[in-house]
Design a binder for this molecule. Structure first.
Ligand SMILES: [Zn+2]
Length: 455
């Protein structure tokens, strides 16, 4: 108890000292304002000489965002920004009484503003970041995602979401020659897009297609909005040892998925109530959790299967950093209903690989390896309604999940994305040949939606 009181006292003392330091640090000078704009969001970065508190408020008719910065001073008027792209049409600024600065952003349309203060890094000092995310009149992300159209006799294309990592004020890793990850990954992404679009039955959608930043959640949200069947995030690695080399492929770790499931259920995110196109609002918590777990597990298995194929294609191209698909809790991989992978195309910190990553012909080889991996995956696990599938029943993912949960008792198994015969045989403890015999199967190919009898 005494120790606790002592600890509290120390804490209070530290807070006092911190307060004194902030007061002594003086007025934060606003050294400049930078802006990055994409079709969906606009980022404003205010460079400050010191840390400063701020408040954000919004006004309507017309739409404005007001930023009040405490204990700060505008050294020179804000100028040189290009308002052609993005949400902002003009910025007005003024030094107010008691060392306050007010910035008023005039907006072209309604946005969802967010702000945070970044601490100094090697390149920049304190930065106040304002993100303005566009609110579309009828936000598609809030509408249930209908997984694959029902009753359509016309086969649809598979949609491959290609995500170039970083962008805008986030350059990503840097090579010894100054190559920035954000640039090389965008080139690789564009080459992948072109290859995918040449492939019959596939269509690419670009998550980032320019030098701007999109939040990690914004990336998965965009993939869902575009009805992506698979999500591929492209990056380049860096390590302090310049000898580190090789490509690697990551999928979401189940630990990451578990905590993500909790987050989805906590509705911390706007789209939190959507799993496989069905709102969880009207389900009780236990059922909701089960649905989410199952859908996430199926997606991780599918991701793993697609990622292994991409990795083995990359291995043919050269050295891979690790021989197996790795698992990590990357936010960008956390879509519960879209198989997702993150490809580290090589080490930009390795002089030899930096050179390769800059070369267009090597970029194309990387893109082609990724395409072949994805193509192989969809050939083995065709999605109903696409030209990769022959004749299979079209169902929503969630209904597959519910049925497969019940099937534990019924000793029937409905094939979901990512299923393999060997996994099914292990799960029900029956041999592959017995399953094949019971279902009169001549090959090992499984079709999503097919109900297998388990002998
Ligand atoms: Zn990266």
């Amino acid at each position: 108890m005494i120790r606790l009181i002592a600890e509290r006292f120390v804490l209070i003392a530290i807070i006092f000292l911190l307060g004194a330091e902030i007061a002594m640090a003086g007025v934060a000078q606003i050294k400049g304002v930078r802006m990055w704009a994409s079709p969906e969001s606009t980022r404003l970065v205010i460079d400050l000489s010191h840390s400063a508190g701020h408040r954000l408020s919004t006004l309507v008719k017309p739409d404005r965002v007001v930023i009040d910065i405490d204990n700060a001073k505008l050294v020179s008027p804000i100028s040189g920004l290009n308002y052609n792209l993005g949400a902002i049409s003009d910025i007005r600024s003024a030094n107010k009484k008691q060392n306050k600065v007010r910035l008023v952003l005039d907006l072209k349309y309604k946005t969802r503003p967010k702000s945070f203060l970044l601490k100094p890094n090697a390149k920049y000092g304190y930065r106040l970041v304002i993100d303005l995310e566009k609110i579309s009149p009828k936000s598609l992300s809030e509408a249930p995602k209908i997984i694959k159209s029902v009753n359509s006799s016309k086969k649809r294309d598979l949609i491959v979401a290609v995500d170039a990592g970083h962008g805008g004020d986030d350059p990503g890793a840097k090579g010894p020659k100054g190559t920035k990850e954000k640039h090389v990954v965008l080139s690789i992404a564009r080459q992948l897009r072109d290859l995918v679009n040449k492939k019959p039955g596939m269509k690419a959608v670009m998550i980032r297609n320019g030098d701007y930043y999109i939040s990690l959640r914004g990336r998965t949200r965009k993939a869902r909005k575009l009805n992506a069947d698979i999500f591929i995030s492209i990056h380049a690695d860096a390590f302090k040892n310049p000898k580190a080399h090789g490509s690697s492929v990551f999928i979401l770790s189940s630990r990451g998925a578990t905590s993500e499931a909790a987050k989805w259920l906590a509705k911390k995110e706007n789209e939190a109530d959507l799993v496989g196109g069905v709102s969880l609002d009207d389900k009780d918590d236990m059922l909701a959790k089960m649905l989410l777990d199952l859908s996430q597990t199926a997606t991780i298995e599918a991701s793993n299967s697609a990622a292994s194929r991409v990795l083995s294609r990359l291995a043919r191209l050269g050295h891979t950093h690790k021989s197996r698909v790795e698992r990590a809790g990357f936010v960008v991989l956390k879509s519960p209903d879209i198989p997702s992978m993150l490809v580290e195309t090589g080490f930009i910190s390795n002089p030899k690989e930096e050179r390769l990553l800059r070369s267009r012909s090597y970029q194309k080889k990387l893109a082609s390896a990724i395409l072949h991996g994805v193509d192989g995956y969809f050939k083995q696990y065709p999605i109903p309604g696409t030209i990769y599938a022959k004749d299979v029943v079209i169902k929503k993912l969630t209904s597959q999940v519910v049925i497969s949960a019940k099937q534990h008792k019924l000793k029937k198994h409905k094939v979901v994305r990512g299923d393999t015969l060997s996994a099914i045989s292990k799960r029900y403890r029956v041999s592959i040949s017995a399953i094949k015999r019971a279902n009169k199967m001549s090959s090992n190919t499984l079709y999503i939606g097919k109900i297998l009898r388990i002998p």
